[in-house]
Design a protein around this ligand. Structure first.
Ligand SMILES: NC(=O)c1ccc[n+]([C@@H]2O[C@H](COP(=O)([O-])OP(=O)(O)OC[C@H]3O[C@@H](n4cnc5c(N)ncnc54)[C@H](OP(=O)(O)O)[C@@H]3O)[C@@H](O)[C@H]2O)c1
Length: 165
């Protein structure tokens, strides 16, 4: 299982249940990476999508005790989530947020694709600072590029001690 996230210079990821920035090159990367795959999210992240609808052309899995809908796979606990995603190839599963889901599922992720945005988005929710976690290290980093006026970099972090479920 992997996670994919866009962070600001403080590892901030969102504010007022929305993203911090709109960055076309990152949206493109997110779409290309997750199309046809399984995306796992919390109910706040689902709610933050246009009209609260799941992402097209992907298998959407939502962790929630309250959401009831049949256009997504809904898991009401972590245990149920793990049973449901075991049906899929591990390499096809992407945790796509938000803060609560990233924090809970990070130990089970072998890799995180982190888009770093060199700006301060004044976030109210954060990703863990992977540079400070002993199990994690930076594996690769792209050159910087500019999209919608923001300097961004695509990086990959690897977990050296993946927890199994
Ligand atoms: N920058 C990025 O790449 C990125 C990506 C995604 C999201 N975000 C941002 O992240 C923010 C949302 O994050 P968030 O932490 O507020 O919400 P979240 O992680 O999307 O959803 C949290 C909700 O998921 C459910 N949940 C979590 N753990 C559970 C468990 N063990 N069992 C059952 N249900 C569980 C609960 O919903 P119920 O109350 O329904 O049970 C909980 O309230 C937004 O600002 C969003 O824009 C940023």
């Amino acid at each position: 299982m992997k996670a994919i996230v866009a962070v600001d210079k403080n590892w901030g990821i969102g504010k007022n249940n929305d993203l911090l920035f709109s960055i076309p090159e990152d949206m493109k990367f997110f779409r290309q990476t997750t199309l046809g795959k399984v995306v796992v999210m919390g109910s706040n992240t689902l709610k933050s999508f246009p009209n609260g609808n799941p992402l097209k052309n992907r298998t959407n899995v939502v962790l929630s005790k309250r959401v009831k809908r049949d256009d997504c796979i809904v898991a009401t606990s972590l245990e149920e989530l793990f049973i449901k995603i075991k049906e899929f190839d591990d390499s096809e599963v992407f945790v796509i947020g938000g803060a609560m889901l990233y924090k809970t599922l990070l130990p089970y992720c072998e890799e995180v694709l982190v888009t770093k945005v060199n700006a301060d988005g004044d976030a109210d929710v954060f990703f863990e600072n992977l540079d400070k976690l002993p199990n994690w290290s930076l594996f690769s980093e792209s050159d910087s590029l500019i999209s919608n006026g923001k300097t961004i970099k695509f990086t990959v972090y690897k977990n050296h001690s993946v927890q199994t479920f």
